[in-house]
Every structure is written in structure tokens, then in C-alpha cells.
Design a protein. Structure first.
Length: 402
DNA sequence: AAGGTCCCCAACCGCGGTTCT
DNA sequence: GAGAACCGCGGTTGGGGACCT
């Protein structure tokens, strides 16, 4: 079948659009709408192909476009969405009103990518750029493939191993401030293998793996959802609880959680509340999604937070990170800010998770396009690429829908 | 001032998916 | 069901402005 590329048509202009062409296209679409794009150039009196007209309208002439530089909030949102969605620019753009996929793609390729690399993050995987020597890399991959900690983002986790002897294997890596950004994986039984957090052991940063069962976690009846009863388990570490959470800066949408365990390490994690959505920077967003509704106002207590996280926070948000707040400092911060209550965070119902892939699946009928694509997105983000490895994920969500 | 290089971003290109005939 | 046309997406290109030497 011969597919006609518009570029092969004769006598059609290419290249930059002139103001006159813009005006013709704008006038035509304003009056008649675009209808069938292939007929637009003829009706509008343009020597362009329909595809070119469509692109010009979408990327430049549309009245609802937001012009100008991206805000730090938009940039951080793009980074967070990219971690979940990858190069699905149109889906990312859907979360940024007034921005086009092309614009976001350009920003990513020309700006954000470099920033991430500069900060030691691989922009493709959102993992720390490893400077590990070859031998260490081989070890890394070997362990990954046998379901060690690194496997969460790159290979299919194996629950039996994770819950037995190897669940807290540590792996020496080049220290990096981004270690708190790990994504959860999904085990065969549908339980979550959570992110790895940096822990300081004898001066070395190590990865450690935790497991959170879907049957555990946040109680729907908890009256202080964000810092109550998030139980984590691994074979050699007793269940942990999030004992406090911190909103380091009132203009920020990010919160940090400290999870105390019996090995005296502090486990910091991060999640983000923005436009009523929680983004998958941490297993906590998955936990919240999994647990359904959280509808009580929640206190966030300032607490000590890890300097690595602070560094990352400052990079992402271009705002100073405040930590080690005393109660009086926290109180002062609360009084000087115009946004609601520094120490509280209002978390409301299902809308909170409406944009979480997990929740999209719960809302989408199995078999629908949304269902399949979202499953794939999750599988890919979890390093589960084969269709067979999707099965446990499917079952998990089907069970939850039921 | 001139030439070279870098980088941004608008636009192109090709592909896959969907709809129409 | 097959072929053609259309649509939308993501990767890539190249024009041109900014910056450097």
C-alpha cells in the first residue's frame, strides 16, 4: 500500500510559517474549526499540507497555549512524570495545561536531561549514573538478575527470594544523593517490592530492599494517614513505621517521611502532592493508591531529614530546604506562610490518587485500551517487559477491582 | 568585526494505530 | 477483510540566534 507522505506532494511550502500563513490558518480554524485536517489547507488558502497545519495549530496558534519559560514546579512535575511515563510526551503534556508535547520534549532534550546528568542521574532510567567499575557492574547485573535490590527497576522481582534470605542484601555503589528515588516493583503475588533507600552503614551507602505486602500498609481507618502504620517488612528487619513526615518548605508540594527501624537507620522517602495527585516518587504513593481512600486531615511533623534528600530537593525546586526544624521554628514558618497550615496536609478521597497509574487501572475496565497501556507503563517502569510478567500485575488489579 | 561553534526550538519525517470505503 | 486515508506520536533535523574566540 502506498502511503502518501505530505512532504511528497508538490508545490507545498515547507519550513517556518509566515505571519500571513498564521493569520490565514487562525482565521479559518476560528471560524470553521479544523474538521478534517487534510482539507484545512485548501479551505484556508494555504500551500501547506494538512499535517503541517495541524502541527502549527497545536504547537503555536492554539489560544489556550501558555507561553514563556517553564516554572520550577512545571520542571519538577515533568521529571516526576517522566519517571513514570518515560518519553510519552503527549501524556506528560496532558498534565501540564497550556504546554505542548513538543515543547516538553524540547525542554527535556535541551535542559532537563543535562541538569539530571549534572546531578548524577541517568535521565532515561532516573537512576544514579553509576561509576562502578566493570567488575562491579557485572556483579551488579548478576545480582539484579537474581533479584537483588537493583532488580526493582530493571528486572522482574522474585518474591520468594525477596522474602527469604536476600531481601536486604547490600550493594556498594558510588554515593549519590538520588538514592531515595527508587521505584517499586511488583512481585509475583502482587505485593510491592518497595524502593531502596540509602542507609549509612560504616560510612558506605548501601542499597537495601524492603517489601511491602498489599495486605499491609495504610489502614483505611487511620485518622492520620500520612504518618500512621505504614508497615514495611523484610526478612531481617522488623516492620518499620513511618513515624513522622516533613513538609520542608511551605511552598513545596513535597513531603519527606522518616521511617524508623530497629537497626537505627533512618529511612527517608519522598512523595509529592500536587494538584491532588500523588506521583510515584516513592512506594508511599503506591501504598496510598493501594489503600484506597484517605480522607482525614493529617498532621505533618517537622523532623530531621537526610541531607542527601535536602540536596535533591533544592535542585528540584530551586528553593532552600529547611530541616532540623524545632517546634518553634515550625510554628514560625506556619505563621508566616499564606498557604494553609505548615503542619497539616489535607488529603482528600479518591481524587488524591486519580492520576496514579495504579488508580487508573482500578478505574479502567480490563481489556480497555487504558487498562492495557497503563499496565504496560507500569510493567515497563518496573522493568517487566514481557507479556507473561504482566500477568501477576493484571491479576492484582483485577482482584482489586473485584 | 568576522568567523566558528553551540544550542534552542519549530518543523519535518516516518511509523503505528484508527477510521473510512 | 483489504486497501486507502487520516491522525497522532515520538525521534530527528536544521535554521538561526547567542555566545565565544
Amino acid at each position: 500500500m502506498g502511503r502518501h507522505s505530505c512532504c511528497h506532494k508538490q508545490k507545498l511550502r515547507k519550513g517556518l510559517w509566515s505571519p500571513e500563513e498564521d493569520e490565514k490558518l487562525l482565521n479559518h480554524i476560528t471560524k470553521f474549526g479544523h474538521g478534517c485536517w487534510s482539507s484545512v489547507p485548501k479551505l484556508a488558502g494555504l500551500q501547506r499540507c494538512g499535517k503541517s497545519c495541524r502541527l502549527r495549530w497545536i504547537n503555536y496558534l492554539r489560544p489556550d497555549l501558555k507561553r514563556g519559560a517553564f516554572s520550577p514546579q512545571e520542571e519538577s512535575l515533568i521529571i516526576e512524570l517522566h519517571a513514570v511515563l518515560g518519553n510519552r510526551w503527549s501524556q506528560i503534556a496532558a498534565h501540564l495545561p497550556g504546554r505542548t508535547d513538543n515543547e516538553i520534549k524540547n525542554l527535556w532534550n535541551s535542559g532537563i536531561k543535562k541538569k539530571l546528568k549534572k546531578n548524577g542521574i541517568d535521565p532515561n532510567t532516573h537512576k544514579p549514573l553509576s561509576k562502578v567499575e566493570n567488575s562491579d557492574q557485572q556483579k551488579f547485573h548478576a545480582i539484579s538478575e537474581s533479584n537483588d535490590v537493583a532488580s526493582v527497576a530493571s528486572t522482574k522481582p522474585n518474591l520468594s527470594q525477596a522474602s527469604s534470605t536476600s531481601s536486604s542484601q547490600s550493594l556498594r555503589v558510588i554515593p549519590s544523593p538520588e538514592l531515595s528515588f527508587r521505584r517499586p516493583g511488583i512481585a509475583d503475588d502482587g505485593s510491592f517490592i518497595t524502593c531502596f533507600q540509602p542507609t549509612d552503614m560504616a560510612g558506605e551507602l548501601c542499597f537495601q530492599q524492603l517489601k511491602c505486602s498489599t495486605t499491609m500498609g495504610l489502614s483505611a481507618s487511620s485518622d492520620a494517614a500520612l504518618h500512621h502504620n505504614w508497615n514495611w517488612s523484610s526478612s531481617d528487619i522488623s516492620p518499620k513505621q513511618v513515624h513522622s513526615a516533613l513538609k520542608p518548605n511551605k511552598s513545596s508540594d513535597n513531603y519527606y517521611c522518616n521511617i524508623d527501624g530497629d537497626n537505627s537507620s533512618q529511612w527517608s522517602s519522598i512523595f509529592n502532592l500536587q494538584n491532588d495527585h500523588i506521583f510515584e516518587n516513592s512506594p508511599i504513593s503506591w501504598l496510598l493508591a493501594d489503600c484506597g481512600r484517605v480522607d482525614k486531615e493529617t498532621e505533618i511533623h517537622p523532623s530531621v531529614c537526610d541531607a542527601e534528600v535536602a540536596k535533591w530537593f533544592e535542585y528540584l525546586h530551586h528553593t532552600p530546604f529547611v530541616f532540623n526544624l524545632s517546634p518553634s521554628e515550625a510554628s514560625q514558618m506556619e505563621q508566616t506562610d499564606v498557604t494553609p497550615s505548615a503542619g497539616t496536609c489535607s488529603v482528600t478521597g479518591g481524587s488524591m490518587i486519580s492520576n496514579c497509574p495504579h488508580d487508573q487501572i482500578l478505574q479502567a475496565p480490563p481489556g480497555s485500551d487504558m487498562y492495557g497501556k497503563t499496565l504496560q507503563a507500569i510493567a515497563v517502569s518496573s522493568g517487566q517487559n514481557s507479556s507473561s510478567s504482566l500477568e501477576p500485575v493484571k491479576h492484582m488489579f483485577q482482584d482489586k477491582k473485584a
